[in-house]
Write a protein that binds this ligand. Structure first.
Ligand SMILES: Cc1ncc(COP(=O)(O)O)c(C=O)c1O
Length: 416
């Protein structure tokens, strides 16, 4: 048997490009003994609320450590249903809410609960690489929809990507990596399309609290008045971003109806048994820390407003991201590709950024679901992603050095 025929489907899926950047930055730190400014990483500089740590400690010390059900503790799911209604305008019942070890696992489980052989799922042309991995692992065929100005989805592009095999559309607002935010009108249009073609919508709202222009709209709030059987929006949320609880691994998924909840329950029983119990107690406490979420959003917004306009003025950034933690820069005017730029920036200036080609892979999938190739979309080769959720002084220095590197390359006509 040849090598390729022994390789499992998962073994053919490209690893996240971010691991490569992480490794390069770590190697650099080891080699030079100097710290790298990590603008490639979405790790916030603000800590989780103190009371959240105390809640975990309390749970562990008081023996609140037994398994819970696959959906999670009812007390937390009830509290989440209240949060969803009051903050997101999404009236649901605790039976439809699943607590998950991070929204990443929730998304992976959700895709697995939805996929049938040969189904297609629509992803934005620039997307979080983990979404693509999850979609492929679940057995979907990814199809990509083009983005318009400000990297916002275009209704006509989504419509054009639909085929008789399309089963679902992924919407990520605010988006990683682009920072694009969708408004109600566009969402209404997408929902209408989904009804017309009987599609499910998966709305990843990890950055719900980080919206700088307008308001965050939860997709499922548009189904507010509908009976359950007519609902088609799945939503995923996390404590990682709003409250800097990245390593706690706590998120949640909301399913639109009983049949969808049943399928997800089976996947979760088989995958996790249940989410971590002490961490769920942390979640109960974290839900009361609304002021922290607001303050964290204010700090990231201040980073955006202070550090990013210089990148726009230098012609590297089209418009300031409307939300989220990231901006996509286009190095077209500098005259180099993103890999060359990022390698030089790390080597000469100790600053890490993530080349965005890995956010735009176009896998070719065989009939049995294995990936035959996964080249980046050609127009992604000059894009890099920069995270602006980090320490303000480091961000400012990192942006200064990035601009110096770009100016130097430009003056040499892009010759590294
Ligand atoms: C768009 C998006 N969705 C989901 C996640 C998952 O976050 P977590 O698993 O920590 O909840 C991330 C994390 O970077 C993300 O960027």
């Amino acid at each position: 048997m040849g090598e390729i025929s022994r390789t499992s489907r998962a073994g053919t899926i490209p690893p996240s490009c971010l691991h490569e950047v992480f490794r390069a930055a770590e190697d650099r730190e080891r080699a030079t003994g100097r710290p790298v400014i990590k603008l490639h990483v979405g790790e916030p500089y603000f800590p989780p609320p103190r009371e959240v740590a105390l809640a975990v400690e309390h749970a562990v010390h008081h023996g609140q450590t037994a398994y819970t059900s696959a959906e999670g503790m009812s007390a937390l799911r009830e509290a989440l249903a209240v949060k969803l209604e009051t903050e997101n305008g999404h009236r649901t019942s605790p039976d439809r809410v699943f607590v998950t070890p991070g929204s990443c696992q929730g998304l992976a489980a959700l895709f697995q609960s939805l996929a049938n052989r040969g189904d297609e799922l629509l992803l934005p042309e620039l997307h979080w690489p983990i979404h693509l991995q999850q979609v492929l692992l679940a057995g979907f065929r990814p199809v990509f929809y083009a983005l318009g100005p400000g990297y916002r989805p275009r209704l006509d592009a989504i419509r054009a990507a639909i085929t008789p095999r399309t089963r679902a559309v992924l919407i990520n607002s605010p988006a990683n990596p682009t920072g694009a935010v969708l408004g109600t009108e566009l969402m209404e249009g997408i929902l209408e399309l989904a009804r017309e073609h009987d599609l499910q919508i998966i709305s990843d709202e990890a950055y719900e609290h980080f919206v700088y222009e307008g308001e965050h709209v939860s997709f499922a709030s548009l189904e507010h008045g509908l009976p359950e059987r007519e609902r088609r929006v799945f939503s995923t949320f996390t404590f990682s971003k709003s409250l800097a609880m990245t390593g706690y691994r706590l998120g949640y998924v909301v399913t639109p109806n009983a049949a969808a909840a049943h399928a997800l329950r089976v996947v979760q029983e088989a995958s996790i048994i249940g989410p971590s119990t002490p961490v769920q107690y942390a979640g109960l406490t974290a839900l009361k820390a609304r002021d922290s979420a607001r303050e964290n959003a204010r700090m990231v917004r201040a980073n955006r407003d202070r550090a990013l306009p210089a990148l726009r003025d230098a012609g590297l950034l089209g418009e300031l991201p409307q939300g989220g933690w990231y901006a996509v820069l286009d190095l077209g005017p500098v005259g180099v590709d993103a890999d060359t730029f990022a390698a030089g920036l790390l080597e000469k200036y100790d600053v890490g950024v993530a080349p965005a080609a890995g956010f735009a892979l176009r896998p070719v999938v065989s009939d049995d679901g294995r990936i035959l190739s996964a080249d980046p979309a050609p127009d992604s080769r000059t894009l890099v992603r920069l995270a602006f959720c980090g320490d303000p002084a480091e961000l400012d220095t990192g942006v200064e050095r990035l601009l110096a590197h770009a100016a130097e390359l430009r003056s040499r006509g892009g010759d590294p």
